[in-house]
Design a protein around this ligand. Sequence first.
Ligand code: FAD
Length: 366
Amino acid sequence: MDFKWSPDQISLREEAAAVATDAVQRFGRHNVTWMNGYSKEFSQELAERGWIGMIWPKEFGGGGRPPIDRLIVGEEMIKAGAPIAASWFGDRQMGPALIQYGTKEQQEQFLPDILAGKSTWCIGMSEPNSGSDLASLKTSARDDGDEWVINGQKIWTSFGAHADYCYLICRTNSEGPPHAGISEIIVPMNTPGIEIRPITDMTTNRHFCEVFFTDARVPKANLVGREGGAFGQTMRQLEHERGGIDRLMSNYAQFKHAMSLADTSKSTVRQEIAKLETGYRIGRILVIREVLRQAPAGFSAATKCFCTEHQQKVDEFVYRMMGASGALWDDMVQGLVYGPGYTIMGGTSNVMRNILGERVLGLPKL
Ligand SMILES: Cc1cc2nc3c(=O)[nH]c(=O)nc-3n(C[C@H](O)[C@H](O)[C@H](O)COP(=O)(O)OP(=O)(O)OC[C@H]3O[C@@H](n4cnc5c(N)ncnc54)[C@H](O)[C@@H]3O)c2cc1C
């Protein structure tokens, strides 16, 4: 078996690195992870290259390319800090969800604009009292003739203030087991009855939003998949979300910066670098296994844990190498302050370990 990259993959990586470098020069570098580099203009450039939906099936307008190609492009973009956030949710999650669960009409209505880098999406899952325990969510959609009437509140909705659509997870039935009454509904963000309040996080970024719904009405046809089927659908979508290369490479720019400062004449520093480099290699193997669908079902929880905890070890190393300058507020430090978020977004490490123990290893539930 040959583990080398093929010549085509090597040239794709070189092309992606060049595009990412150019984007950074034009739009600025976003050290505070890929989540904050948001440019609709760059999304459309990615689309023109066929780099949005590049692995979606061709019959849905995608590129039909091997999953490893998306990993290569994504890795180069994230490593460089290119502004990919405006297309990332649609490409990674909403498009594949609509391909798997959407109606033909929904696919025709929403997929072309995602592919063209024109529409932007946010994910309305977490609520003030409902994060890890998704089944406890309360935002409701009431069936009213041809429409859903939505009431409730979401929080931590990344890019809620910029998004054209919210992929909303909400309760359509409060009888029976809690997880069985949850559905997925596409909500245009310009619907009357929606109020968006951006939150300033401790890095001073403002991508998080609170989103309030008061009698917001959307067409019945915006339900995605089965009514009450969101729990299973969402878990499958999170599986894609958790095992990606974005979980490993978010702070690679900081790592490179620390390497330029590191005193490698010290054996302890050399050992630390060797440990982190080993972590990157293990993480990449885990991610590649996910991307190639070779990992056991549910294992993306372990991949996410390993990779995001690795990123936090990288942050600690960067702080140490920066010495006193780590106490000053600049781009680099702003990126480091983002660190605790890695093991929270997309499901916390504690919850990932529960999934791993109970669902993958079959350990008894306490
Ligand atoms: C950068 C970032 C971006 C995000 N973007 C979005 C977004 O776009 N849309 C969205 O909907 N949400 C988003 N989130 C929110 C994220 O999904 C939630 O923060 C996460 O699911 C945890 O929920 P919580 O904050 O309510 O914490 P809780 O669920 O209240 O957890 C609090 C603590 O309790 C622990 N805990 C909870 N349950 C268990 C358990 N059963 N066993 C052991 N420990 C447990 C957790 O590990 C954690 O330490 C984002 C978060 C971050 C950090």
